[in-house]
Design a protein around this ligand. Structure first.
Ligand code: FRU
Length: 502
């Protein structure tokens, strides 16, 4: 865990047997945050802190989403699993806390993992974090993989935990950074588990295990690793699946340095590649950045019963987590769930189609913009808006969102360089070290369309029908509702805007 100093410092000494799901639920009952203070449709906690999505799955006819949860504070702490379910990915129903760090195999936290359905049961795989005392008296935090079985409401950890002890890995694999199991049942009837890892000498990788019965696991392979030095230090939260004839591995690398479409810091990387089935080794052909905004990390995907691959991520960055408005009692939220596709070798992401069912008050504006303008009714903070840029003869075209006299978050396009930039310098944060993020439009023809989804504290921008995405959290006071369009030249545009009524 050397790569996560910030989080370690939040942990109390000596384990957490004082934490149980029941205590968490009692605390939630007394301290619940009013819905009116939260986003409308981006999942967040009843109270307290949230990070990664966990156990994203379909069970009992609903989508279930668990999440890394610390109910007692707005900072990361001893990790529980919170739990919600939804019929449409937009309206979420809160369920009891599913896991608490109450056992000797997870006393330092129940970290991220998966859920699968097996024999009618909902089975969770997660990382149990424990502290180990070494022979010389020093202590070490280590991570193993654990299992719990439930019915969609309550979950019981099995007695044989941990089911995968890091000792069964080759010696060079770090036991301190060994987490976030992704488990699936393959066509061959066997279970596979892919887990984030690094070697002790700093190469990020994912490791694969297999099992006939979900309880007894054997090490299979180092499934993929970074042989280039480009992709960070630890690969967190792996996901692996086939889509549109391609094999895809998603990882969340910590601490990358900027390179092509990847920005500084943590990124989410989509590797498109192929697998040597005999040796269980994934070779990537292409690496794609999933999100070019500030806030998207640790996503998980599912296949819906109607055959869509849907992804949800934590809409936050570890670099800006401690910058909430004073007095806010909930911290962090999930992204809007996105449908994924590969078309002409390109990754396409669009908000789940269910969101369109909540559109209201359609407004369409066609204009040739010169200078600065607002349009009647084109404003708000909970909206779904598409801007078609038909012609841009200008140095820049800028939209100012969540604007009042003091605040604004600006999305600006420069046709000359084909760069799109989001700037939240004046969004109203109490502390923010990273206020501007830029990305080059990839298609070679520049920006022609943006779909913008806003929900009080966030702006998600789907560029050119989902070829690129920028997700950004803003903590701007709620009365900043204007949208101003502005250019130094002439822009022909069509704006189609809906309010979202959840
Ligand atoms: C990713 C992550 C995971 C880990 C979890 C702990 O954001 O670091 O690797 O399981 O958060 O909360």
């Amino acid at each position: 865990m050397t790569a996560q100093p910030k989080k370690q410092s939040n942990q109390a000494e000596g384990g957490h047997s004082m934490y149980t799901c029941q205590k968490a639920d009692e605390y939630i009952k007394k301290n619940r945050v009013d819905r009116a203070d939260k986003p409308e449709f981006h999942l967040t906690t009843p109270v307290g802190w949230l990070n990664d999505p966990n156990g994203f799955s379909i069970y009992g006819g609903k989508a279930h989403l668990f999440y890394q949860f610390h109910p007692y504070s707005t900072e990361w702490g001893p990790m529980h699993w919170g739990h919600s379910s939804s019929k449409d990915f937009i309206k979420w129903e809160e369920l009891p806390t599913a896991l608490a760090p109450d056992s000797k195999f997870d006393s330092f936290g129940c970290f991220s993992g998966t859920a699968i359905e097996n024999d009618g049961k909902h089975v969770l795989f997660y990382t149990g974090v424990v502290e180990e005392k070494l022979a010389d008296g020093t202590k070490n935090v280590i991570q193993n993989q654990c299992m719990a079985v439930g019915d969609g409401i309550s979950y019981e950890k099995i007695s044989g935990n941990p089911v995968v002890d890091g000792k069964i890995m080759p010696e060079e694999c770090s036991r301190a950074d060994f987490r976030d199991p992704k488990v699936w049942k393959d066509e061959d009837g066997r279970y596979y588990m892919l887990t984030g890892n690094r070697t002790y000498d700093g190469i990020p990788q994912v490791v694969l295990f297999s099992s006939d019965d979900m309880y007894n696991w054997k090490f299979e392979s180092v499934f993929a690793k970074d042989e280039t030095g480009r992709f960070g230090v630890v690969w967190e939260c792996p996901d692996y699946f086939e889509m549109d004839g391609h094999k895809l591995l998603i990882v969340s690398p910590q601490d990358m340095s900027a390179d092509g479409e990847f920005h500084n810091g943590n990124n989410v990387v989509f590797f498109i590649g192929d697998v040597d089935e005999e040796n269980h080794i994934f070779k990537y052909e292409k690496a794609v950045s999933v999100d070019s905004g500030f806030d998207f990390y640790a996503p998980q995907t599912i296949m819906t019963p109607d055959g869509r691959r849907v992804m949800i991520g934590w809409m936050q960055s570890w670099d800006s987590v401690n910058t909430l408005p004073r007095g806010q009692k909930w911290a962090c939220m999930m992204s809007v769930p996105r449908e994924l596709m590969i078309s002409d070798g390109k990754l396409i992401q669009t908000p789940v189609r269910e969101l369109c069912g909540y559109r209201q008050n359609k407004l369409v504006v066609n204009d040739t913009l010169r200078g600065e303008k607002t349009y009647e009714g084109i404003n708000g903070r909970v909206i779904d808006m598409t801007v078609d840029i038909k012609k841009a003869d200008c140095g820049h075209f800028t939209m100012h969102f969540a604007k009042d006299e003091i605040h604004e978050t600006n999305v600006s396009y420069t046709p000359g360089t084909q760069m799109l930039e989001i700037d939240r310098t004046f969004a109203g944060w109490i502390r923010d070290t990273n206020c501007v993020r830029k990305v080059k439009i990839k298609n070679g023809n520049g920006l022609s369309k943006m779909r913008i989804v806003m929900d009080w504290n966030s702006i998600e921008i789907f560029v050119n029908d989902g070829e690129q995405v920028l997700s950004t959290v803003i903590y701007t006071p709620r009365n900043a509702q204007d949208i101003v369009f502005e250019t130094d030249g002439c822009v022909e545009l069509e704006v189609e805007k809906y309010d979202l009524n959840i």
